[in-house]
Design a protein around this ligand. Sequence first.
Ligand code: AMP
Length: 192
Amino acid sequence: MFNLILFGPPGSGKGTQSDKLVEKYGLKHLSTGNLLRQEIADKTPLGIEAKSFIDKGQLVPDEVVIGMVDSFFELHKDASGFLFDGFPRTAAQAVALDKLLSLKQTSIAAVLALEVGEEELVKRLLNRGKTSGRSDDTNEEVIRKRFAVYTNETSAVAAHYKAAHKFQSVKGEGSVDDIFAALSAAIDKKMA
Ligand code: AMP
């Protein structure tokens, strides 16, 4: 199995690049944000609980997200590898992911982090909010809160994978194709 984490702040292009990467490398896309939005759309108890956190720009509790990932693994036992997008977002989630993967006798091959400046991110998110229907993308205050959460909690995830020598930054500004080429080059090197 080849398992990859695509890391980076809200608006850094994880979703766009994930769609292209899963197609090229045959990985299963696991976006916890997408799974949570589906739960909200389906009005499940999990979705109703998650919505109150998402609307404030806060993280959904670890046990909820980890349970959801565990169920996703159960549903996709035949996957040849996963691309994690927006997960893990806390140190506890990173530890839980390592454990779940070791039960499957596999591990994370690489963490690729998209680097984009904050003002460019705000611009992209407000733009996305006009068409995405995502309520957390229309309010600049919620967007800034999500950056603060990213810096405060998610940096522990970067530290976790830096310690394991799996973390690599990739320039996330420029054309979609150039960024995709840079990500692909990093993945090809890891796969070789
Ligand atoms: P995203 O689509 O990845 O930007 O996620 C949108 C929102 O869903 C985030 O701002 C969080 O409120 C929530 N969320 C998504 N993934 C996670 C996660 N791994 N842990 C906690 N909350 C999450």
